[in-house]
Design a protein around this ligand. Sequence first.
Ligand code: F0G
Length: 428
Amino acid sequence: MTATSWKLRCVACGTEYPGLEVRYRCNCGETLDVVHDLEALDGKALLAAFEARLGSRRPLDRSGVWRYRELILGLPDASLVTRLEGNTRTYDSARVARYAGVQRLTLKHEGENPSGSFKDRGMAAGITIAAHLGMTRVACASTGNTSASMASYAALAGMEAFVFIPRGKIAFGKLAQALAYGATTIEIPGDFDAAMALVQDVCRREGIYLLNSINPFRIEGQKAIVFELLQDLNWEVPDWIVLPGGNLGNSSALYKGLAELHAMGIISSLPRIAVIQAEGANPLYTAFTTGAILEPVRNPQTVATAIKIGAPVSWRKSLRGLAATNGVVEQVSDQEIMDAKAQVDRAGIGAEPASCATVAGVRKLSARGVIHPEDRVCGILTGHLLKDPDAVVRYHRGDLEGIESRFGNRPVQAAGDLESVMALLRKM
Ligand code: F0G
């Protein structure tokens, strides 16, 4: 096995392990960080390289993950797996900003990744490491997007994929992707948390490589969201970065990326992080507001199936980032999520329900005076509108259980002849 420029370190007890081994947790049971030798890197030179690569035609430079490769994983270029992930657009919609109660809101749309969610960034790194470890089989539990992404990247790298999903509880677009990309798709009774517990046992017993965000290399790829966001902003640090929280890998990655940019002198301050959870799946919100250890939520419920998670694996890493950035956690109702989604969609941007917890959260935090109207706010939209078409159509038709269709755009019924349609249009 090759020597690496990084090692693995426990987030709780600090025990260190070699950089390349099949390990997801410390012997004490806690999660692990990939620790880079930042002192061996020159921040100024890195910044210049990141900028120069924007104009390059090399696939690795055009990947929104591997463009930042020195801060992701120092491995031979030829071994890096990519679908040219990242390169997602940012949107400054006056309409959405007004709705959210702030003057400047930039939304980075991670749903514009190749498989339609931010998971592709982490998966580029995760599958690359799987190949380095000689793995031919990979697995994950998922609320849908991780499975779609892993299935795609595994197919690309010629690996066999096994996905464990809660039966009947993931959005149709995501299930379709896992099946289409050829993953063995195992539907189990219970929720995501049950699938997560099961897949860890299966991987241990079968020697299959686990690619949930408990895998520290997934986090390394996902850091690239914030690298790219800051590059989009010409390295000017916003006041806030707001994102949804489920299994809490993404908020952990966001902070790790920020801390590394800061340590390298590429940014001079840290933004505050706000993690938004659904009210019915809010274990981090409760732990944060009560100052207690995280207590899992049993039988989590939310229309935002992507974040319907009661026992998030990376809660300790997530709380660390919140503490270091003077961050906050907010919770939003399903009604607030779907109303915010209607606004994001109507602005022409569009995103899946969990993503729109971000905008609902900004609105709530600004109404509470935590985010000020003049603050520069960036929000992460995590998944594509078409991931969950069912939620969209049912909201607009007014038949989403327990949700009022406040901004509904109902389909209009018309007879199929020109005169009836003309009469209808005149009435509108
Ligand atoms: N938004 C979307 C669209 C997601 O798919 C997820 C997580 C999150 C937000 C939350 O991110 O878990 O890092 O806190 N989806 C995982 C999955 C759990 O299986 O696809 P997180």
